[in-house]
Design a protein around this ligand. Structure first.
Ligand code: GTP
Ligand code: MG
Ligand code: ZN
Length: 307
């Protein structure tokens, strides 16, 4: 059997579109067995970015036998399935796309993605799109907070092309996943960057001021600017399965203060002699700290939390 390496481009219902890496040809891949043996119960065993081993049969078909170990995963908690769901794997950058106006930017959403990016060693970039329609004061305020933390914040418009060059610079020689609420313009940005992408885009619903979930599955594009992964709009980016004691390590602004807390195990909530809480409003943003407390309580309340 002649095993070859393929990259997963997209897949639905266990049928995958896979790219053979040396010939650059696309094949239709299915599992040789009923499921892919990964050793764990997984919500999505194969996602864009995965590399698999398999062999070609018939015309343009591939039996997928094995998933190559992943460098990292962009994951979220899927409440319905009560499982961690991998969205994309082997990711260099995650572009957290927001709208400067509608749908309204959710800082808690951004903060949760930042936590996972820090946990998985993915470089996060915050994109504020639709700036042709003006930027709300609130969005400006948060942009400043994220910039001060050292995160890259790009302001873009698909209408005026502002910031597109900067987005392309991020994408170069890497795999970048776009992520965000429905209707923020992920697919519109991708279509602008790669004319071959031709992803569907849709008006946002005026009745509900939100997107219509136009993109329904994740898909990769090997564009001249780099590998781009479009993903469906996400309403809630939950991270409940992260152990709550670890959350503090992924709020990177705590790092400089945490070593001065009295207790090494300090969670920076109400412990005595906590340097993080002492720095509130003076080194630690109150809005980010509020987010930390909110996420911490979500993690603590996770029903299946196993110690
Ligand atoms: N004014 C303005 N409208 C934009 C911009 N980018 C996207 N839009 C509009 O926003 C709407 C939603 O865009 P999509 O690209 O479908 O959004 P999406 O994030 O891919 O949404 P889902 O696939 O549902 O997750 C469309 O009507 C776009 O034309 C922009 O920079 N400026
Ligand atoms: Mg889309
Ligand atoms: Zn502390």
């Amino acid at each position: 059997m002649n095993y070859l390496e393929f990259e997963v481009i997209w897949g639905v219902n266990n049928i995958y579109s896979v790219l053979e890496l040396s010939s650059k040809l696309i094949y239709e891949g299915i599992f040789k067995g009923k499921v892919l043996e990964t050793g764990c119960k997984e919500y999505s065993p194969l996602v864009p970015g995965d590399v698999v081993l398999g062999y070609i049969y018939g015309s343009r078909k591939v039996y997928i036998d094995k998933r190559v170990n992943r460098k990292n995963i962009l994951w979220r908690y899927n409440r319905k399935a009560d499982l961690r769901q991998t969205i994309v794997s082997n990711v260099d950058n995650v572009l957290i796309v927001n709208s400067a106006n509608f749908p309204e930017m959710k800082n808690f959403f951004i903060d949760r993605v930042l936590v996972i990016a820090e946990e998985q060693n993915i470089i996060p970039v915050i994109v504020i799109n639709k700036i042709d329609k003006g930027i709300s004061q609130r969005v400006e305020e948060f942009s400043e907070i994220y910039k001060n933390l050292g995160y890259k914040v790009l302001k873009t418009s698909v209408k005026t092309f502002e910031g597109i060059k900067e987005v392309k610079e991020v994408l170069r020689n890497s795999r970048t996943s776009f992520i965000g609420q429905s209707g923020v313009g992920k697919s519109s940005l991708i279509n602008l960057i790669d004319s071959k992408a031709s992803q569907s885009v849709n008006e946002i619903s005026h009745k509900y001021s939100r997107g219509k979930h136009t993109t329904v599955y994740s898909i990769s594009f090997h564009s001249e600017s780099g590998i781009i992964v479009d993903t469906p709009g996400i309403k809630e980016f939950g991270i409940e399965t992260l152990p709550f004691e670890n959350l503090k390590y992924y709020f990177k602004e705590f790092e400089n203060f945490a070593s001065f807390c009295k207790y090494k195990s300090c969670l920076h909530v109400s412990e005595p002699c906590c340097s993080v809480t002492s720095a509130l409003g003076n080194g630690i943003s109150k809005l980010r700290y509020e987010s930390y407390l909110k996420i911490l309580s979500e993690l603590k309340n996770y029903k299946n939390y196993a110690r």
